[in-house]
Write a protein that binds this ligand. Structure first.
Ligand code: NAD
Length: 365
């Protein structure tokens, strides 16, 4: 395993400015710079470092190789009733997904629901972001995503990596409180979390990985060094079943590509199948809100005389966000150096990047 490494701490506005400058230097227009930097930094703020700025070396590296297109708009390939299909054509995923989700919301506002597929996009990041975009407009939404990249997850009882971490997200808006956001990979851990552990030189939790012989291991190198092992799916057969459904819905049904062979290119390809529903148009808004709140009060009520805190999906991320806005965003040194290296590769100087980001060696508060 690699040696444990240190970390730097960054203030959110300065890190945002750095990421915007990096994408602008690489060629993104101001709109795209804003979308992608906000998305990646929100992932860090919410504690999902696996899907934050640590993805930039892969994104910009792929842009340099022609494996991802900047300033690209998704192409509408089907518009029929409440169904929309878009082809992302390997455009930057955050631009693709922001635009298609906007269109799905608009369709659900007029017809009550929208079944939307985005196929062949470059990586679309933290899927909860798309649930949040829907919830902010009062829409309930479900999102099933497949990943075509280097296979990283073994099927249940399989001994080798055959598929990606296929995430699922469900967004549930509330009347007065923040939305409930269900958002997870169908693997026991996300690949990015193994990368973060590998970069930090720390082991991962037991049960999440098998090694190249199919034996359990906690060494994150199993994913990054030969002989390659694999992640396991969460909840034994249940995560595998859900991951399978992601391939069927997001890729096969949407006209995209399943992970049906070894990695054939550097692009990280996501296809997403989304269902966006308007409670207003369903005519159930009143009961939806009142039943939801009644359920939340009930599940959060501890037994008489006992103390317990039951969080809702989305709560841990909001708490982490408040903390990181105050104390700063920690970035391990390996990730930080990879970020500076790709910045140099797209044409920025290290000095310019350090002057914008102004990293600290310790938390800010
Ligand atoms: P995770 O295991 O941290 O689970 C997160 C979910 O569990 C959230 O909904 C969170 O609110 C909820 N949660 C956590 N603790 C809770 C508690 N105590 N009580 C109630 N709810 C709780 O997430 P993950 O599987 O590591 O995924 C991380 C991110 O990676 C996600 O944003 C996912 O979308 C993203 N991802 C993206 C891709 C891609 O290809 N684009 C692939 C895999 C994962």
């Amino acid at each position: 395993m690699t040696q444990a490494v240190g970390e730097v701490w960054l203030e959110e506005p300065k890190l945002l400015a750095l990421v915007q400058a990096m994408f602008a230097t690489a060629g993104s227009n101001p709109h795209e710079c804003e979308i992608v930097s906000r998305h990646l930094i929100e992932a860090n703020l919410r504690g999902h470092d696996s899907h934050g700025i640590g993805m930039i070396p892969a994104y910009l590296g792929n842009a340099l190789k022609g494996e991802m297109k900047l300033n690209h708009h998704p192409r509408l390939v089907l518009d029929q009733g409440n169904m929309l299909i878009f082809d992302g054509e390997l455009g930057l995923g955050q631009t693709n997904a922001t635009e298609v989700i906007d269109q799905a919301i608009a369709r659900a506002q007029s017809t009550g629901s929208c079944i939307m597929a985005l196929r062949n996009s470059h990586h679309i990041g933290r899927i909860g972001h798309w649930s949040e975009q829907c919830a902010a407009r009062g829409m309930v939404s479900l999102h099933f995503v497949n990943v075509v990249s280097k296979p990283s997850v073994a099927p249940y009882h399989g001994l080798a990596a055959r598929l990606g971490t296929n995430p699922v997200s469900i967004g549930i808006p509330r009347q007065d409180g923040p939305p409930v956001i269900v958002d997870f990979a169908t693997s026991e851990l996300a690949v990015g979390k193994i990368r973060v552990a590998y970069n930090k030189g720390v082991p991962v939790q037991p049960g999440a990985l098998i090694d190249g012989q199919g034996e359990p291991t906690t060494n994150p190198a199993a994913l990054f060094e030969e002989p390659y092992g694999a992640l396991t799916s969460f909840g034994a057969h249940k995560g595998w079943a859900l991951a399978f459904a992601c391939e069927a819905l997001a890729a096969a049904l949407s006209g995209g590509k399943t992970q049906s062979g070894p990695k054939s290119r550097d692009a990280i390809i996501n296809s997403m199948f989304s269902i966006v529903v308007s409670p207003d148009k369903m005519g159930t808004t009143d009961s939806y809100f009142s039943e939801l709140e009644a359920f939340i009060r009930w599940v959060q009520l501890p037994p008489e005389g006992r103390d317990a805190t039951v969080q809702l999906p989305g709560d841990p991320e909001r708490a982490k966000r408040a903390d990181r806005l105050k104390r700063g965003i920690p970035v391990d040194e390996t990730t930080w150096n990879q970020l500076l290296d790709i910045g140099v590769a797209v044409g920025m100087s290290r000095e310019a990047m350090l002057a914008i980001a102004h990293p600290h060696q310790a938390p800010l508060a």
